[in-house]
Design a binder for this molecule. Structure first.
Ligand SMILES: *Cc1c(COP(=O)(O)O)cnc(C)c1O
Length: 443
C-alpha cells in the first residue's frame, strides 16, 4: 500500500484535508518568502521508519541501542552541512529555528544575567531575538536595536548601543530585511565589545550557499538556519560553530550540542535528519545554484514592476528574495490587502514596516517574495504578470478604509470579510491566476 492509500483507509478525513491543501498549494501563487516547495526526494525521507527510532545523544554516543543506521544518517547530514557552509561543527538536531536560537542562548548565556542584542520584531527581527513576548526575552536580558530612518541597518547606532549595553550575544539576520547584511561590520562591533556574533540566516541561507549573498562564516561565531525556507528542505534547523567561533571558544561546538540535549530537547527526529541530509545534497548541485540566482533575479524584476505601479518598497527595492511593501501611499491596510490577495489566489502576509503607525494585527505593509514560485519555474516575464495582478487587487480594495478605533475596526473587518470573498473582480483574477499556475508544476 502506498502511504497515501494507507492514510485514506485509516483516516479519510485527514487524507481529504491533505489533498485539499495539495490543491491549494498547486493553484495559488505562493509568495510568502519564508515558504517553499520541498522536492519529492526531501519529503520522501520524512515519515519513513526512521520516525520510529529513539536516538538521544549524537553519533557513536547514544543512550539507546540500535542506532548504527541512525548514526550513519546523522553523520552524513553533519558532514554535508559542514561542507556546504564551510564550518567545522554542525548540529542538525534542532527541531526548528526557534529551538535552534534558544539552544544557542542556553549554550552561552546565564539566565537573567546575560544579554541578547537583536533587531526589534517591529523592524524585521524575529521573536527569538530577545523580544519580551518570547521566552528568549524573559529568560535572558535583552536590548533591541532598530533600523535607521532610511530603513537600513544603522551601524553607528548599533555600535553605540552595543558599547552601552554590553550584550553577550549580538544577533544579525532577519525576517523582513530586503537588503544585504554587512556581516563584517557586525563582527567588528561584536569583537569590540567581546560579544558572540550569531548570524541567524534562516531566510537567506539558500542565497548564501550559492554566493548570492555574502558569507557570514568568516565573521560570525555561530550560524543558525532553518532548513525549510530558501534551503528548500524539511522543517528543521542547523546550528553551526564557525572556525572563528571555535577560536574564540574551543568548547563552542560541545556547548551547542549539550544545549540541544540534555539542554532543551530529548530524542531527535531522525526522519527529519535524513530529509535534511537529502536537502543538503540537493543544495550542493549546480541546479540549486541556478535556482537561487533566479530567485534574486525574480525578486529584482518583481520589485521593478511593482515600483512602476507606484508601490512604495521599503528601502527602495531588494537585494535578496523578499520585498516589503509599505501600502500607506495607497491608503490600503496590509491585512485588508493580504485578505484580498488571498481571494485572488495570491498568498502573501501582512507585515509591519519600519516605523509602522498601525497595530501588529493590522500592519501597514505586506511581505512577499519569489522563492516558492521560482521553484515552479517562473522567471522574469512571469513577474510582470504577478505585479499586474497585485496592482489590480490593491486597486480593487482602495476604497476599503480600516477605522482606527478598535470596535469600529472589528465591525469593518466583519463586513469586509462578508463581501470580499464574493467580490467578482477578485474572483476573476483568482481564475486567471489558477489557469496561469496550472502551467507551472509543483514538485
Ligand atoms: C523563520 C525564522 C526563525 C524561526 O524558525 P521556526 O522554524 O519558525 O521556529 C528564526 N529566525 C529567523 C530569522 C527566521 O526567519
Amino acid at each position: 500500500m502506498t502511504p497515501m492509500s494507507a492514510l485514506q483507509k485509516t483516516d479519510p478525513e485527514i487524507a481529504k484535508l491533505i489533498t485539499l491543501e495539495e490543491k491549494r498549494q498547486r493553484e495559488v501563487l505562493e509568495m510568502i518568502p519564508s515558504e517553499n516547495y520541498a522536492s519529492q526526494a526531501v519529503r520522501s525521507a520524512l515519515g519513513t521508519v526512521l520516525n520510529n527510532k529513539y536516538s538521544e545523544g549524537y553519533p557513536k554516543k547514544r543512550y539507546y541501542q540500535g542506532n548504527a543506521v541512525i548514526d550513519s544518517v546523522e553523520s552524513l547530514a553533519q558532514e554535508r552541512a559542514k561542507k556546504l557552509f564551510g564550518v567545522p561543527h554542525a548540529n542538525v538536531q534542532a527541531l526548528s529555528g526557534s529551538a535552534g536560537n534558544l539552544a544557542v542562548y542556553v549554550a552561552l548565556l546565564e539566565p537573567l544575567k546575560d544579554k541578547i542584542m537583536g533587531l526589534s520584531l517591529a523592524f524585521g527581527g524575529h521573536l527569538t531575538h530577545g523580544q519580551p513576548q518570547s521566552a528568549t526575552g524573559q529568560f535572558y536580558k535583552s536590548t533591541l536595536y532598530e533600523l535607521g530612518r532610511d530603513c537600513l541597518l544603522d551601524f553607528d547606532a548599533i555600535e553605540k548601543q552595543a558599547v552601552r549595553e554590553k550584550p553577550k550575544i549580538i544577533v544579525c539576520g532577519y525576517t523582513a530585511y530586503p537588503r544585504i547584511i554587512d556581516f563584517k561590520r557586525f563582527s567588528q562591533i561584536a569583537d569590540k565589545v567581546g560579544a558572540y556574533l550569531l548570524a541567524d540566516i534562516s531566510h537567506i541561507a539558500g542565497l548564501i550557499v550559492t554566493d548570492q549573498h555574502p558569507d557570514p562564516a568568516p565573521y560570525a561565531h555561530i550560524l543558525m538556519t532553518t532548513t525549510h525556507k530558501t534551503l528548500r528542505g524539511p522543517r528543521g534547523a542547523i546550528i553551526m560553530a564557525t572556525a572563528k567561533g571555535l577560536k574564540k571558544d574551543p568548547d563552542l561546538g560541545k556547548k551547542i550540542d549539550s544545549a540541544i540535549i540534555p539542554g532543551i530537547q530529548g530524542g531527535p527526529h531522525d526522519d527529519q535528519t535524513a530529509s535534511i541530509a537529502v536537502m543538503l545534497k540537493e543544495d550542493s548541485t549546480p541546479a540549486f545554484k541556478t535556482y537561487a540566482k533566479q530567485i534574486v533575479k525574480n525578486a529584482k524584476a518583481l520589485a521593478t514592476y511593482l515600483s512602476d505601479f507606484d508601490f512604495d518598497l521599503v528601502s527602495g527595492g531588494t537585494d535578496n528574495h523578499l520585498i516589503l511593501i509599505d501600502l500607506r501611499n495607497k491608503n490600503v491596510n496590509g491585512k485588508v490587502a493580504a485578505i484580498a490577495l488571498e481571494v485572488a489566489n495570491i498568498v502573501v502576509n501582512a507585515n509591519g514596516v519600519p516605523f509602522d503607525t498601525q497595530p501588529p494585527l493590522y500592519p501597514s505593509g505586506i511581505r512577499l517574495g519569489p522563492p516558492a514560485i521560482t521553484t515552479r519555474g517562473m522567471k522574469e516575464p512571469q513577474m510582470k504578470k504577478v505585479a499586474q495582478w497585485i496592482n489590480r487587487v490593491i486597486e480593487e480594495v482602495k476604497k476599503e478604509k480600516l477605522p482606527a478605533e478598535k470596535d469600529a475596526r472589528n465591525e469593518f473587518m466583519k463586513d469586509f470579510k462578508s463581501r470580499v470573498y464574493k467580490n467578482k473582480n477578485l474572483l476573476a483574477i483568482a481564475k486567471e491566476v489558477k489557469l496561469f499556475t496550472s502551467k507551472f508544476p509543483v514538485p
